[in-house]
Write a protein that binds this ligand. Structure first.
Ligand code: GLN
Length: 230
């Protein structure tokens, strides 16, 4: 099994290192033809506008959309989440091209600027079943987006309670009674996190994604991949 990491810019090397620590063949992806034969794909954090421009330049959009609609698992972290969303708000004038497929609305720089980056212990019940057992995960938010709306087929994996100063950073949140935002979701073959698991030593998100691959997106085992994930 080979897992690709979109390597146009951003934290792709860190994702590759995590996958290799788990004993998985990890491949840097820059061209459409490199997607052939992959079992799953990670779209890393970085800067979603730049990533979209480079994807356009490398003619990657049709092949990436085909990859997603074929049911193969895709995980987007931070800018990768923005890329996967069907709708983004707080984007530059004229918008930016999104891959889409994930039925959610994402607010691009929800938490504010780079200066408003932060780390928290985030409760994630879905990770409690993974090896290691702890129910919280260290979540690193860097100029992070947040999910401000989801469709009915989206499973919410983690929510983050907003502090009053964080509420003030988002025009969408001002004056709203919303006191938390969604920061991790799963929808069929798609996983998305607003934070960066690849920048921590906690490999449970990568294991979670590898299990999505080995189970097949609809929960059935893919022949020959059983036991791939420890
Ligand atoms: N907010 C950034 C963007 O628009 C994403 C930040 C990140 O990936 N760390 O792309």
């Amino acid at each position: 099994m080979a897992v690709g990491v979109l390597a146009l810019q951003g934290s792709f090397k860190e994702h590759i290192a995590c996958l290799r620590k788990l004993g998985v063949e990890a491949v840097e992806i820059r061209k459409p033809e490199q997607l052939a034969g992959l079992s799953g794909l990670i779209i890393p954090g970085g800067e979603s506008t730049t990533m979209a421009k480079l994807a356009e330049k490398n003619k990657l959009f049709p092949a990436l959309r085909e990859f997603g609609s074929s049911g193969k698992p895709i995980w987007g972290t931070c800018a990768g989440l923005i890329f996967l969303a069907d709708k983004a708000v707080g984007v530059k004038e004229g918008g930016q091209e999104l891959l889409g497929g994930l039925d959610c609305t994402v607010h691009r720089n929800f938490f504010g600027s780079q200066l408003n980056s932060f780390e928290v212990e985030l409760p994630v019940p879905a990770l409690a079943t993974q090896e290691g057992g702890a129910e919280t995960t260290r979540a690193v938010f860097i100029r992070a987006p947040a999910i401000v709306g989801v469709g009915s087929s989206v499973e919410v994996l983690a929510e983050y309670p907003l502090s009053p100063s964080q509420t003030a950073h988002s025009p969408e949140q001002k004056g709203s009674s919303k006191d938390k935002v969604i920061v991790a979701v799963k929808q069929n073959n798609m996983l998305a996190t607003a934070f960066h698991p690849e920048l921590t030593s906690d490999l449970r998100w990568h294991s979670f994604f590898l299990k999505m691959i080995s189970n097949g997106e609809d929960g059935t085992e893919v022949p020959g991949t059983e036991g791939t994930v420890a």
